[in-house]
Design a binder for this molecule. Sequence first.
Ligand SMILES: [Ca+2]
Ligand SMILES: [Ca+2]
Ligand SMILES: [Ca+2]
Ligand SMILES: [Ca+2]
Length: 565
Amino acid sequence: MPYRYKSCGRFTSLLCVVAAIILSFSPFAFSQIAVNRPYQPVIVKGNSFAEFSNNTAPMGQLFLYKYISASNAWEPIPYQFDEVEPDSLNPASTTYFRRGDGNLDDQDELAFMARDAGDKALTNTWVNDAASRSFARYEIEVTDPLLTTGNTGYVYLFRSSTLSISPTAKDYVAYVAAPAGASAGQDTVRGQTYEEGHAANGIQDLLRVPAAANGSNLDFLDRLKVRFKVFAILAEVTFTEAGLGLQGVRARDGRVRVIRELRERISLITGNIDFSILLFYYGYSSVLGTSLNLNTLPSGVRVTSLRQSFDFDSRVNGAKWYNQNLSTPVTVTGSSGNLNSTQAAVVYDPNLNWYMLSSAHGSFVNLFSLPPNFGNSQRFYFQDAQNGTNDGTDDTGDNKSYGDGGLLITGTDIKGVFNLFLISYVLGKDQPRAAAEALHNQTIKPLTVKTQAQRNTVAVQQPTLGAPQRFALLQNSPNPLSLSTPVTAIRYELPHTPQTPVALRIFNVLGQNVRELVNAVQPAGRYEVQWDGRLENGERAPAGIYFYQLRADDQTATQKLMILP
Ligand SMILES: [Ca+2]
Ligand SMILES: [Ca+2]
Ligand SMILES: [Ca+2]
Ligand SMILES: [Ca+2]
């Protein structure tokens, strides 16, 4: 009974809320950034780019830039497109691992980092590339709802057959396949603040924070622990992560994220439980999603306990462990016990639980949501002991528990589909409680993203014989417009260089501004602007009478044009 992900349910919504933190170890490095969530990725689905996503735009011709207004410069930013395809094994689900068509479709995803957003560009300020001017571009507006000022940044998606990505462009995360001769599970992921390594079955057993990210560069994780207690054939048996059998691992590596899938098996005498784990690795965080269907177990099998936790090694002696219930931390000593019921209480979806290990080697923040009414009891698990676990399962790894914390569900016959979404951030050493709280607050108030198609209408200065003698707005040509002649040219003349930006706008008969063609500082001269008969939102303007108005300093001129049905 292999589990398959639903295409766009809770999992996707949680992906979209992966949060970031106010940078605490380098507060001045990002004074220039437009959206102050330096650790947060932004995911935008293809259907947000309607003009590109109708299976017509090759992803290799789409390029993401930011605009820097202080220097009037465009700068390429790291991004990636991931194709999302129907899963051939389960048509109701989708997968990132099937070869796509190379074109942007509604389900495909664009990923970039919020920290790379820049300034707003005027509609006529365009990347220096002629080919891109024959297509729309998309303005992507990213807003932090936790802030009221300084909270919005912009990136721009251009289509062009002549732009290209620099081979040295920044890459936030790298996937390193297992070495030759090793299990495929022994792969490695390197982000900006972490290296994560894995045991033969693909389960995490190494975490280190490089010195450049304010860590010790030493592995401080014993291992990710996964525990099941199962009552089968009149006896209770326990399974640990060491007993998970890797059935397969797949990964995709881009500039913004690595997508990695593990297929695992729990082997019971009465049959197998198969499930998969889908992981997204970003520069500073990862998102783990897994789903265990307990409704279709082999007959006679009851699950009585489920646990997922991170156990650290003796290096973290003296580290602080916090969760949302602890205003003062537990100090990790390897012998200080566990949490009382108040300290171990969890909250339920849509609220998020969090816990953090803050150590001299690095800090590790985890956030997870829980569905209510799963099992008889759900609580935080925490164990700090020299001789193993306190949920009755065998210990593994170094056989000691140092700050081993996570989630424990118990019951007599746990049923249902258990969905776990775990967002993990890796930060520099000795982070304060407020760092984890900030991540929690940002996760529950995700960035909002708006997209808008824009067209280039840069006024082209015409070759002239001497400067124009008069301020003039000429009749457009051709006029009227129709479906067969959807583009018209508007010419105007500026006898003097205006003190303020020149504006050329189209109005409907109600006086509503439906399209801005020019809003730019322009020297004296003769100009021609193309209008493609489209509104600001990219839709075709309906048939009817329109007015276009030129404004420069205190002078205005207006003309009329018509669009035939
Ligand atoms: Ca596609
Ligand atoms: Ca990469
Ligand atoms: Ca380890
Ligand atoms: Ca241990």
